[in-house]
Ligand binder design. Structure first.
Ligand code: HEC
Length: 114
């Protein structure tokens, strides 16, 4: 008998997609121990607004002209960070050229982050 496939992972597709971001970001509001800023509640949040996080001057300048993160803006950013924010420290995460993966990541940020 083969082992049951459902035991392979208890993660949702959204959580799995977000794995391409977790080396640098957390959505646990208390976690400040990551190279990138905390992403809890990032959709609708002002850009470059995590207290104490050392954003690049490029990201701070971008915040002045763009205000808040929308889902659409985040999707553009992860697809090609340097194109949207020239001079940002964030590099394109692996796999984000895949639209389906980007949509799952955004869904994760919409419901998983608090
Ligand atoms: C290799 C590390 C790394 C990976 C992987 C990464 N990021 Fe980032 N991210 C950063 C860094 C560093 C910054 C800060 C950039 C700056 O200040 O210029 C950042 C900034 C951001 C911001 C702006 C946050 C704010 O407070 O304004 C968003 C949104 C973001 N990342 C989303 C993502 C998403 C979604 C993924 C996965 C698809 C991802 N990142 C993967 C390193 C990373």
């Amino acid at each position: 008998m083969s082992p049951p496939v459902f035991a392979a992972s208890t993660r949702t597709p959204e959580q799995r997609a977000f794995q391409v971001c977790v080396s640098c970001h957390s959505t646990d509001p208390g976690n400040t121990d990551t190279p990138g800023p905390n992403l809890a509640g990032v959709i609708g949040r002002p850009i470059a607004a995590v207290p104490g996080y050392d954003y690049t001057s490029a990201m701070k300048a971008f915040a002045k002209t763009n205000g808040k993160w929308t889902a659409a803006l985040i999707e553009q950013f992860v697809q090609d960070p340097l194109k949207l924010v020239p001079g940002t420290r964030m590099e394109p995460p692996p796999g984000v050229d895949n639209e389906a993966l980007r949509k799952l990541v955004l869904q994760y940020l919409e419901k998983g982050a608090n």
